[in-house]
Design a protein around this ligand. Structure first.
Ligand code: NAP
Length: 265
């Protein structure tokens, strides 16, 4: 059970970049809550939000503290991706410094099912090291930022799936598909088969939006190198939008939204 944090002069900062953040934004807008949505600015055309939106880093913990004070923020909800650990740590530190209530809206990690061939690794470097000795055809489903160490490892062919166009690979090194999803088992299975994928590398993001690749790997008997989430200090956490609204003391209004297919960035 989450203690309600309702207050008269409430103004919420919602740190976004996930499907859950977009859903909470819809719920806050529907309930007419005074809130600001924040994007890091990683994608060229982020999903439009029904809340006033700011884009870009705050400038570390000091910059975030300044922002929170200047904007008279009373509550922070961190609905960033589970691998956006730096932003989450900054939010913990800034809210701790200013005595502001902070809630993380966090999806549970994926759990293996019968048929899964997962190898858990603690970080990106270990994922690179876990690739096989012989040349493999790897679906590298980790976004754009951390691709280079895999390419530097040499011997493998990589399929990248990215939100924005602009990155290409020489044909002998790999291929790039640009797609925001929604991703389905049928499509991801076809993608893996079309490219003769032998291994999948993914982050254990959890949630519905990106799990089709794991289902496809299971069906095809394809091994998955699954990167564990980075450690983030303990903080109050909600698993659902409804729980986050409860924490904020906001009554849920049915806005007729939420496509299970919404993407967060
Ligand atoms: P990160 O390493 O934790 O953050 C790096 C810096 O980016 C932060 O210190 C902060 O800059 C800025 N930042 C991150 N999220 C922000 C936000 N919502 N609003 C304003 N500034 C933000 O994060 P990341 O892994 O690069 O991810 C960036 C964004 O993409 C996140 O919002 C996350 O939700 C989304 N995303 C990430 C992944 C992933 O795999 N990491 C996947 C899907 C979506 P300052 O220090 O200057 O404040």
């Amino acid at each position: 059970m989450i203690d309600s944090q309702a207050s008269a002069m409430q103004r919420v900062l919602l740190l976004g970049g996930t499907t859950e953040a977009s859903r909470l934004a819809q719920a806050l807008a529907a309930a007419h809550v005074d809130a600001v949505f924040s994007y890091a600015g990683r994608t060229d055309a982020p999903v439009a939000q029904p809340l006033p939106t700011r884009v870009g880093g705050f400038g570390g913990v000091a910059g975030l503290c300044e922002y929170l004070l200047a904007e008279r923020i009373t509550h922070v909800v961190d609905a960033t991706h589970p691998f956006a650990a730096q932003m989450s740590r900054h939010a913990i530190e800034a809210c701790g410094t200013l005595g502001l209530p902070l809630l993380a809206l966090e999806r549970p990690p994926w759990q293996p099912l019968p048929g899964d061939r997962w190898q858990h690794v603690p970080d990106l470097d270990s994922a690179v090291a876990a690739l096989p000795a012989e040349p493999a055809r790897v679906f590298l489903a980790i976004g754009r930022q951390h691709v280079q160490p895999f390419l530097d490892a040499g011997r493998h062919w990589f399929l990248l799936r990215l939100v924005d166009p602009g990155l290409s690979l020489p044909a002998e090194r790999g291929a790039v598909v640009v797609d925001r999803g929604p991703f389905t088992l049928a499509n991801d299975r076809a993608l893996l088969e079309r490219h003769g994928i032998t291994h999948v590398v993914a982050k254990n993001a959890g949630g519905q939006g990106a799990q089709a690749k794991l289902e496809a790997a299971r069906v095809l008997g394809c091994p998955v190198i699954l990167i564990d989430r980075p450690a983030i200090p303990l903080r109050p956490t909600a698993g659902t939008v409804a729980q986050a609204l409860q924490w904020l003391g906001v009554a849920q209004v049915d806005a007729g939204v939420h496509a299970a297919t919404d993407r967060g960035v």
